[in-house]
Design a protein around this ligand. Structure first.
Ligand code: NAD
Ligand code: TYD
Length: 343
């Protein structure tokens, strides 16, 4: 049996990935190493928690000893652990530097010292900064990150390259676009819009809603990540994108259409500082490994909206907890000065 350490496995993509790997690779034992920050939630893995091929270690990637202790005996590592929300990084990025750079360094150092065979590090399309469909970013293009979050991710990503070059570590970097799907913390745009719509609350669309994001279904992403863990080339980075780009205002309208709710729930609110207009990736390298996305925009949105509609308890528990204070801080003043929707 192979033993895989997943750091940050209790969050959105990590929990989907653990479930995916346990289904696709029945001989793999997964150790989930997670600090359980506000974004980490063991309920995301309730269905596999009793499986003898799964274990959980409560620990922080910023703690080098804890990382090495959990990694001992593992053949491979996937690092999802991160502070992941741009708006929180605008408020204060100290934890972002700690987790996204120091944490990445600790994971890489332990993997080198313990002779781990394979490391997959999860970076992001945001490291390149804004791009357009006419000029998509390739993996060897320069980084121009613009938010504190993106800078911290760029630093972790570059450290992987250093470990491949300097120590010969078998590390591969994935740079996915925006994911959608089950178990995404409702601070992110799509679960926030869907859950607000289900409660007949306003959908706070930043600016004019014209910024674009890809909408990569999380299961498509997980399939790409497992492929990269097993077949990516040492020291190489791979872009992951589904070509499902839509402006945020269209995403908000799609959600309201799917839930049969009025567009009057849309409120245009004060924009995010330094808001990146769009990311666009060239994913020829990943395609060459045989990957294609299976969910187009409509399929990804339908599956996502259905999941939140059918799993109210999961998000209602989150939204009635600490999330409330965050929401009031981010949106209180914004909603008080919002502009109503007009077609
Ligand atoms: P998330 O915020 O939902 O989950 C992050 C997880 O990491 C949580 O379980 C949290 O408890 C854990 N964590 C945070 N700090 C930690 C620490 N110091 N030590 C150990 N665990 C810690 O994030 P996500 O959306 O699942 O993103 C996963 C990864 O994918 C991140 O590296 C993110 O930068 C990257 N990414 C996300 C997206 C997206 O659309 N969500 C797109 C591209 C890249
Ligand atoms: P988000 O889900 O925060 O992901 P990211 O910033 O990493 O791309 O935001 C997705 C898009 O939605 C982005 O253009 C910002 C926008 N947005 C809103 O319009 N309103 C919101 O309340 C949030 C959280 C995001």
């Amino acid at each position: 049996m192979r033993k895989l350490l997943v750091a940050g496995g209790a969050g959105f993509i990590g929990s989907n990935f653990i479930r995916y790997v346990m289904r696709e690779r029945p001989d793999t034992h997964v150790v989930n190493f997670d600090a359980l920050t506000y974004a980490g939630n063991l309920e995301n893995l309730a269905d596999v928690a009793g499986d003898e091929r799964y274990s959980f270690v409560h620990g922080n990637v910023a703690d080098a000893e804890a990382v090495a202790g959990a990694m001992r005996g593992c053949d491979a590592v996937v690092n999802f652990a991160a502070e992941s929300h741009v708006d929180r990084s605008i408020e204060d990025a100290a934890d972002f530097m700690e987790t996204n750079l120091r944490g990445a360094y600790n994971v890489l150092s332990a993997a080198r010292d313990l002779g781990v065979e394979r490391v997959l590090h999860i970076s992001t399309d945001e490291v390149y900064g804004p791009a357009t469909e006419e000029n998509p970013r390739r993996e060897d293009d320069p980084f121009k990150p613009r938010s504190p979050y993106a800078v911290s991710k760029a630093a972790g990503d570059m450290m992987c390259h250093a470990f491949a070059e300097t120590y010969g570590l078998q590390v591969v970097v994935a740079r996915p676009a925006n994911n959608v799907g089950p178990y995404q913390y409702p601070e992110k745009a799509i679960p926030l819009f869907v859950t607000n719509a289900l409660e007949n609350q306003p959908l706070p669309v930043y600016g004019e809603g014209l910024q674009m994001r890809d909408r990569l279904y999380v299961e498509d992403n997980c399939r790409a990540l497992l492929l990269l863990l097993e077949r990516g080339e040492k020291g190489e980075a791979y872009n992951i994108q589904a070509d499902n780009h839509r402006p945020n205002i269209e995403v908000a309208r799609t959600i309201l259409d799917l839930l049969d709710k009025p567009y009057s729930l849309i409120q245009f609110v004060e924009d995010r500082a330094g808001h990146d207009p769009c990311y666009y990736l060239d994913w020829t390298k990943l395609r060459a490994l045989g990957w294609e996305p299976q969910y187009d925009f409509d399929a990804a949105m339908q599956a996502t909206v259905r999941w939140y509609a059918e799993n109210r308890e999961w998000w209602q528990r989150i939204k009635s907890g600490d999330f409330r204070a965050y929401y009031d801080r981010q949106y209180g003043a914004r909603l008080a000065t919002a502009r109503p929707y007009s077609a």
